[in-house]
Design a protein around this ligand. Sequence first.
Ligand SMILES: [Zn+2]
Length: 67
Amino acid sequence: MKYSQKYPNAEPLQMVDATIMCGRKADNCVQCGALTKFIDIDFETHVCSEECEDKLIDEFFRHAMKR
Ligand SMILES: [Zn+2]
């Protein structure tokens, strides 16, 4: 689900989840390119939805295990 749908009343700089914050301005989701105000604070990158967050974490661990 899109974070903008899940947290429609999120204020700028509000934490909406353990690792997800609503940013001050929108930017492109690192996974799908959609404009979103939500940021993953662990990866310091914009991410628009739970699905994109899952993919981001997936890729991170796959990459980490190759080393
Ligand atoms: Zn996305």
